[in-house]
Design a protein. Structure first.
Length: 319
């Protein structure tokens, strides 16, 4: 069996839903130019880290010296539609954040896959595991590996799994054949052509009519990444979103047709879909640590969560 097929089968055995392999060369110059133009336009908001290590972000073989290949995995996290919102002062949490922290879940599995690659390719093989926090143009690499296309919501959309997927990568010095061509050909006709649902669903206009994405207006950015008070004009559009926003992915037709998350080891917490805003405002640091340890919500911190709760209360029809 070819090494590439062995890697793919190992990844699926570990619980990933899709896997592709591409080379470690820099990403397409057109995509690189679009990223630099996005930064220059100020669409990264206050995320200054996006402008750091740009060369490494755009070239995996700079992130890891002598890298030859990148293995890209996808993990489907789609759940059923959330239950009806409870009566009273409750805020909504993005579906991905109702799981355990996916960084903590995926990294050990990727390290296991990297060890398997080393067994196949030789003891001198070096690899770097990446899950979101490492500067890497992961969506561009996922596209090149044949795992989907970039939708109008600027999310990677897998033609079968839809837009609700976590991505992870292994940048490695081992040289493998690319596996993306056949998959790209099979999904070549699957695009967002004729659909504008995500743009229409965006509450703040972060998905601009000209096709660009203004992260500084995105509710996910505002409720998670933005520090300090939120501009009142934008805060009024945040609605009852307490942590993150699902509007653009929930509106996507590819999501409607996608299967539910099949990995039962990825723990989902349905009780986190809606959080009582009054409880949060009265919450102590100890209570916060106990309730949200191991959750994506934890990295926001208690004060950030309270800020978002005050905004959601202010936006409530009852106030």
């Amino acid at each position: 069996m070819k090494l590439e097929r062995q890697i793919q089968e190992k990844a699926l055995t570990l619980g990933f839903d899709a896997v592709g392999i591409t080379d470690a060369a820099p990403i397409d110059p057109i995509q690189a130019r679009r990223f630099r133009d996005w930064l220059d336009a100020g669409f990264a908001g206050a995320m200054g880290y996006m402008a750091r290590n740009v060369s490494k972000r755009l070239a995996p073989n700079e992130l890891l010296a002598t890298a030859q290949s990148v293995v890209v995995v996808a993990l489907n996290y789609k759940q059923t539609e959330p239950a009806s919102k409870p009566e009273g002062p409750y805020g909504r949490v993005a579906q991905y954040a109702c799981y355990q922290d996916y960084h903590d879940f995926m990294k050990p599995l990727l390290h296991e896959l990297a060890a398997f690659i080393r067994e196949l390719a030789g003891e001198t093989t070096r690899s770097k595991v990446c899950v979101d926090s490492v500067p890497l143009a992961e969506r561009a690499l996922a596209m090149r590996a044949g795992l989907g296309f970039l939708g109008r919501n600027h999310m990677l959309i897998h033609p079968t799994l839809g837009p609700q997927i976590f991505l992870g990568e292994i940048v490695t010095t081992a040289k493998f054949d690319a596996t993306g061509d056949a998959e790209r050909h099979a999904s070549a006709e699957r695009t967002c052509a004729g659909c504008n649902r995500c743009v229409a669903a965006c509450p703040t206009g972060a998905l601009r009519a000209d096709g660009r994405f203004d992260a500084g207006r995105c509710i996910s950015y505002l409720t998670i990444e933005h520090k300090g008070e939120i501009d009142p004009n934008l805060a009024a559009r945040v609605g009852d979103h307490l942590f993150g926003c699902d509007e653009c992915v929930m509106a996507c037709p590819y999501r409607q047709a996608a299967p539910l998350c099949a990995n039962r080891r990825l723990q989902f917490h349905p009780e986190r879909q809606y959080l009582n805003l009054t409880d949060i405002l009265e919450m102590t640091s100890v209570q916060f640590e106990t309730r949200f340890a191991g959750s994506p919500i934890h990295r926001l911190g208690l004060e950030g969560l309270k800020r978002n709760s005050r905004i959601a209360i202010e936006n409530s029809p009852q106030t």
